[in-house]
Design a protein around this ligand. Structure first.
Ligand code: FMN
Length: 185
């Protein structure tokens, strides 16, 4: 594990990139979800180049806030040949995020399903808040995972990072272990 991941990138995950009004993110995939086409807006908003996106699985932009069941529903729907509509929080290359209203449907050739296409739009701040709350609850119910933001003294954080690097672990693992091993008197 590379230690720069924590030093330089920890805070990038709080930055939102907004899809400009009237702009459309477009992608196409094969039947397994490997990206076969990405437009310039997709590249710009996700922070990747078009070349970096094409050929990669679409989960390259999967955000840890997204509950698994949302993608299960997405795949169940499109594999039946139906259109899926929903809201997705995506991960940028720099670990920031962007929200999109999404429509995914099949691409047909001579009546046969050969891949999928998606169109993604800007969504309102109100809807983002609503979906963040819903997905937080779903993730907690389904996977037992909650998000935690901690303010702590610089020295404590420094110590935590040192302990983590020495043991080749993520600072969060060290915190978890400390709490699990804590003996109440
Ligand atoms: C056309 C198409 C577009 C997709 N768009 C996204 C997307 O914007 N963000 C995302 O996380 N997953 C998207 N997915 C779903 C991913 O393929 C994948 O299922 C998801 O990221 C969850 O990852 P996992 O299946 O490895 O758990 C898309 C799938 C298809 C077929």
């Amino acid at each position: 594990m590379h230690k720069d991941r924590f030093i330089d990138k920890t805070f990038d995950m709080f930055w939102e990139t907004e899809v400009p009004e009237g702009e459309l993110i477009i992608s196409r995939t094969d039947l397994r979800g490997i990206i076969t086409y990405a437009n310039e807006t997709f590249a710009k908003i996700s922070g990747y180049s078009v070349d970096e996106l094409v050929g990669k699985p679409h989960n390259i932009i999967r955000h840890p806030d997204m509950p698994k069941s949302v993608f299960k529903d997405l795949w169940d729907t499109i594999q039946k040949g139906k259109k899926w509509e929903g809201y997705i929080k995506n991960l940028r290359k720099d670990r920031g995020y962007y929200w999109v209203k999404t429509e995914i449907s099949g691409i047909y050739k001579d009546g046969k399903l050969v891949g999928y296409k998606s169109m993604r739009y800007r969504m309102s701040d109100e809807k983002k808040k609503q979906m963040q709350n819903l997905y937080d609850r779903m993730r907690e119910d389904e996977e037992g995972k909650v998000r935690l933001v901690v303010y702590t003294k610089k020295e404590v954080y420094q110590k935590l990072k040192e302990l983590a690097y020495k043991n080749g672990k993520d600072p969060v693992d060290i915190l978890e272990e400390a709490i699990l091993n804590f003996e109440y008197i």
